[in-house]
Ligand binder design. Structure first.
Ligand SMILES: [Zn+2]
Length: 231
């Protein structure tokens, strides 16, 4: 057993409820005010306050922002403002993952993100990031899964903070455009598997994915290295 105060990672149950409550209220109030101001030009102040405030309360209670670092403050501010679309998606994923998600505080506290071992994800076996929420992380004891969370998925969290509404727009554009160009290539080259060609165009060559796979030292990923796998 490590002695009390041995490190910042040992938060968990050791943090008094009052301290957690205080952080939840403070971060919720500040984030709500920022969210309302950010969406005021669109006359969506109420929605902005609600989304950013809810994220602030959850993130404050769980202590995910690292207030000793500039990146902690930047993450909190961006989640409440420019990245608020991703934050809204993250709240939905929280709701869908709360019961059986298997929240991992050791990968979340003061790391600017919420990590779930399981939780809601669009594709089986693939980890997923919506706003500051990462799901389907898998077993954190496995170095490969841990690197996937630390490098690939955490980069997606920051992409959504830095690119704001551009991120989902590029995603939709690549999904639709990739389906079209993938189908065209499949027809012309007579490749055997339509799904794999479309996946290559619509998902793997999405610039945000390519960047994240490269950051994880995993470009080209296995699916692109083996055109016709037996599995
Ligand atoms: Zn990705």
């Amino acid at each position: 057993m490590p002695p009390a105060g041995a490190g910042a990672s040992g938060r968990g149950a050791a943090v008094p409820v009052g301290t957690r409550l205080l952080e939840a209220v403070a971060v919720g109030a500040a984030s709500g005010a920022l969210g309302a101001a950010a969406l005021a030009p669109l006359r969506w102040s109420g929605a902005g306050a609600l989304v950013a405030g809810a994220n602030g309360v959850i993130s404050g209670w769980r202590g995910v922002y690292d207030w000793r670092r500039a990146t902690g403050w930047a993450g909190a501010a961006l989640d409440a403002t420019w990245g608020i679309l991703g934050t809204a998606a993250g709240l939905a994923v929280h709701a869908a993952s709360a019961r059986s998600g298997g929240y991992l505080p050791e990968l979340s506290e003061r790391r600017g993100r919420h990590v779930y071992r399981r939780g809601w994800a669009p594709r089986r076996g693939f980890a997923f990031a919506a706003g500051n929420v990462i799901t389907n992380a898998g077993d954190p004891a496995r170095p490969r899964r841990r690197a996937l969370v630390e490098r690939h998925e955490t980069l997606h969290v920051w992409q959504q903070r830095l690119f704001g509404p551009v991120f989902p727009a590029v995603y939709v554009l690549w999904a639709v455009g990739g389906a079209l160009t993938g189908t065209a290539v499949w027809l012309v080259r007579r490749e055997p598997d339509l799904y794999r060609v479309v996946e290559r165009h619509a998902y793997y060559h999405n610039p945000f994915e390519r960047w994240a796979y490269a950051a994880d030292g995993n470009w080209p990923p296995p699916a692109l290295r083996r055109p016709t796998p037996s599995g």
